[in-house]
Design a protein around this ligand. Structure first.
Ligand code: SPV
Ligand code: MG
Length: 543
């Protein structure tokens, strides 16, 4: 079995090989990923770029743990070895020890420490005024880092700022040798000259006791081959990603502000699909298929029967009762809100009386223009083409707590109806009600299900065990059965289809041997037959 080398091992191998290695600066997860895709084998966790991307100065204004957070995103996004610019180690040897422990825990492959004082200043700002650390004190930090690391491959780079601070070659060499002697795996020699002179003079004297790495930011015109010839194979491109972002953002933001026209940059920028690709949205999609239960993604549809006029006097002179307002919201919207909260997006309504007044968007409409002389089945049949897949069928003149719908959707029998066990406590004696007889236990908490035996006008109140609230749920196969039955009625018993109601249809299903489960509630719904019902519901319904 082959094991992939750790990030620290990959970093160590890169630094110690003779072939050219370029450490590309990154300052967040995205730039790390892009550097990886461009082909770079390792990253430089630049203090300058990370701080600038956070909107602060390169003076240890961001805390070391904040920098660490960014690096963690960079490792995860790229899976590349990262050499972190650890500045001065954020304190003395003791701070360095804790830093090394935390870096290793986060799979950061190596740490670069520079011989300046905390809080540091960027090397290119008033370099001559920068104070260097005492050699002994800095060597103590390096030894502390090496003694702390658990993974022998973790890399410690010692960076001398001797040239930056205006000292000469001798000081640079003295420090480099001392740092290598203290255990540094690699020495970084920094220069802010526009040419290669300091670095090449250093290399002439260096005994190659440790590999050298350089940062050619200030001498970009010097070809890398010049340094390779002098024995250097490791280079840090320390800030070019961030500078690219700055240039592009400055230009495009200015354009957008001037033109207020998205098209002024639209064809020059990455499409949104590229963002999704970089975020690996595809992986999440396939994992969702594997791990998410399919029941959390219901694909059910709902149809609301809302053709009738109802007994509401003047209130319905210009609108159907499903458009009457309850707490300022049309009854139909109470339905659609409840459906959408349960993930049901495909919703239809069958209109009849005052159909033009039912004009809510995002609903498909079917019309029963014979609403005055026909019944519920005729309305349902008007929506025949809509009846496919898992389906909720509801009366348009009820409002209900959403848990009733949720429980109904989670029943597994194939066909289910919501039944109110508290029916005797509700409503007035003159209300028309669809009473039911069930077999099996009725669970007043509303979670249990039992089997429907009889429903509708034939049920005597003293036999009744509950009342159907006017909501039915069918799984896809049972929707097909229902459509078959409706087609049969249409062909063989058109008068029954014209005048029949849903309880009658449910009775036919039971008679044909279908099981219909009763999912119980104990109140928590309202049947809106007249103005008094509407007032009662307004006072009690949960919004
Ligand atoms: C950085 O990238 O933060 C560096 C390199 O330390 S430099 O900015 O050249 O100091
Ligand atoms: Mg830095």
């Amino acid at each position: 079995m082959t094991t992939t080398p750790s990030l620290a091992k990959r970093l160590r191998m890169l630094l110690s090989s003779d072939s050219v290695a370029v450490f590309m600066e990154a300052h967040n997860g995205l730039s790390a990923k892009l550097a990886c895709e461009a082909g770079f084998e390792a990253l430089w966790g630049s203090g300058l770029s990370v701080s600038a991307a956070l909107g602060v100065r390169d003076n240890n204004e961001a805390s070391w743990t904040q920098v660490l957070e960014v690096l963690e995103f960079m490792v995860d996004a790229s899976d590349l070895p990262i050499l972190i610019d650890g500045d001065t180690g954020y304190g003395n040897f003791n701070n360095v020890r804790r830093l090394v422990r935390k870096l290793e825990q986060r799979r950061i492959a190596g740490l670069c420490l520079e011989d300046k004082l905390f809080p540091k200043t960027n090397s290119f700002i008033d370099g001559e005024r920068q104070v260097l650390a005492e050699v002994d004190e800095f060597c103590g930090k390096l030894r502390a880092a090496k003694d702390t690391q658990v993974d022998p491959d973790f890399v410690v780079v010692a960076r001398t700022e001797a040239f930056i601070a205006g000292w000469g070659l001798d000081e640079a060499l003295l420090r480099a040798y001392a740092y290598a002697e203290a255990g540094a795996d690699v020495v970084l020699v920094h220069s802010k000259r526009k040419d290669s002179r300091e670095i090449l003079s250093f290399m002439e004297q260096w005994d190659h006791s440790a590999p050298i790495i350089i940062v050619p930011t200030k001498y970009p015109t010097e070809p890398l081959s010049r340094f390779v010839d002098a024995g250097i194979s490791n280079f840090i491109f320390a800030n070019q990603s961030l500078r690219t972002v700055i240039t592009a953002l400055e230009r495009n933001l200015r354009k957008l502000h001037e033109t207020r026209d998205l098209m002024s940059i639209e064809n020059e920028i990455a499409p949104v699909s590229e963002i999704f690709r970089l975020q690996d949205v595809q992986e999440l999609k396939s994992s969702e298929k594997r791990y998410l239960p399919s029941s959390t993604q219901p694909q059910a549809s709902a149809v609301v029967l809302a053709a009738s006029k109802g007994d509401f006097g003047d209130l319905v002179k210009d609108r159907p009762k499903a458009m009457l307002r309850l707490r300022g919201k049309p009854i139909m919207t109470w339905h659609t809100d409840a459906f959408r909260h349960q993930g049901i997006r495909r919703i239809a309504a069958v209109r009849g009386y005052c159909k033009e007044a039912m004009d809510l968007s995002d609903i498909q409409y079917f019309d029963n223009d014979d609403w005055a002389s026909t019944g519920e089945l005729a309305s349902l049949y008007a929506a025949r083409e809509f009846l496919e897949g898992d389906m909720v069928i509801a009366y348009g003149d009820i409002v209900f707590d959403e848990f009733i719908l949720r429980n109904l959707l989670s029943q597994t029998e194939g066909t289910g109806i919501a039944v109110d066990g508290a029916w005797k406590l509700r409503g007035r004696a003159d209300a028309k009600r669809d009473l039911v007889v069930t077999e099996g236990a009725c669970d007043p908490v509303g979670l249990g299900a039992c089997k429907l035996v009889e429903i509708g006008a034939t049920v005597a109140p003293d036999k009744a065990m509950g009342e159907w609230i006017g909501m039915l749920y069918l799984q896809a196969a049972k929707t097909a059965t229902l459509v078959e039955l409706l087609d049969h009625l249409n062909a063989e018993e058109p008068e029954v289809l014209r005048t029949g109601d849903l309880p009658m249809l449910l009775g036919r299903l039971i008679a044909a041997g279908e099981t219909v489960s009763a999912v119980h509630t104990f109140g928590h719904w309202y049947d809106l037959d007249d103005q008094q019902d509407l007032l009662l519901a307004s006072a009690q319904v949960k919004s």
